[in-house]
Write a protein that binds this ligand. Sequence first.
Ligand code: 4AD
Ligand code: MG
Length: 431
Amino acid sequence: MGRVYIEELGKHVGEEVELRGWLYNKRSSGKIRFLLLRDGTGIVQGVMAKGGVSDEAFAKFDELTQESAFALKGKVRKDDRAPGGFELEVTDVRIYAIATDYPITPKEHGVEFLADRRHLWLRSSRQHAVMRVRHRLIKAIRDFYDNRGFVLIDSPILTPAACEGTTTLFETDYFDLGKAYLTQSGQLYAEAGAMAFGKVYCFGPTFRAEKSKTRRHLTEFWMVEPEVAFADLNDNMELAEEFLEYIVQTVLRERGEELKVLERNTTLLQNVKKPLPRISYDEAIEILRKKGVQFEWGNDFGGTDETIISEQFDRPVMVHRYPAQIKAFYMKRDPQNPNVALALDVLAPEGYGEIIGGSQREDNLDALLGRIKQHNLPQEAFEWYLDLRRYGTVPHSGFGLGLERTVGWICGLDHVRETVPFPRMIYRLTP
Ligand code: 4AD
Ligand code: MG
């Protein structure tokens, strides 16, 4: 039998196989030596006894250090006491590369020390669990929209104008054409897509030159943004709750082992099922005031406010109809009350805060033109976007879900920096 991965060992009990990977740990007791090999799919213990392998192979035990690359040949044995349920009776050891003084040792390290060595930190079992949850979540997100007939419309990363306000733009020179900006959101392009295909989504990296040093902010993060033609705010809320139920329940079902490694209590996550509670911004303020928070109508919720509001519910809560003055230029005003926008935020429980932001869009050309002027945005850069209101405008809605905040919430992490392979924050650009 040839080379296999640790996760496949169950299919090879009693067979001779080869495993390739890195040394996680080793120990010896008397004439028996144990090599713990990790290969990215799991960790398995190789056991060799003096006399059971060649002296040469037996001696390689002494050379191997933490994270040295090596291969083990041996017979797969079922062993319920072993982590993962299998062991390898080693018949041969082959060394690829000896690692000298691997900096991350089994002892506790400070998080900045680890973050500086993120390229190595990714090898640890905790980071494995997070990345495997992230990967599965991304697939669940795509499956949800793909199974519902949404067309994927990738949005550009280099853009000529702001989408979410001019204060958080990353700017770069763009040949003879002046300035380009890293996209803050693919929404405006998704709107064009919705008018072309009816229902679409974009899913990619987005950027905010955000000077926030909070546990929820990255300067580069991934966002999935569905956009639907002929959909109002209520339709948008229905889509959001079905979507959240699907992705959370899928990850709970498929990544239970990983969530155990992370010691995640999943009680509240099990509750993520529709219908989700819906409250207006005004009702949210009432909650804050009852809890003794002085809050003036027209302000945006801070992290602590969001936590207090979400603590009143046993699942994510949808907050709608925010003051128009704190929301983006493209949001439609409520015909019942022009001071509020038909906006939607979804707040996650347990203090994870806003994971979804969205709205019904302004579909009236003149209203949108006025809003662009009021927000001091350059009209020329938005002419193409205005065309969507000139040629067959319809009510339409969409939202954006931040991938990293969602991973952090599902995994129960206390900072988004662990939710992405290589985080970008105002004070971190490396590795
Ligand atoms: O609320 P935001 O800014 O909404 C938009 O960008 C809309 N254009 C989306 C749309 O309607 N298509 O961002 C949406 C979500 C937030 O709820 C949050 O989860 C995440 O993106 N997000 C961030 N995540 C990490 N770091 C940051 N700096 C983030 N800013 C927003
Ligand atoms: Mg928002």
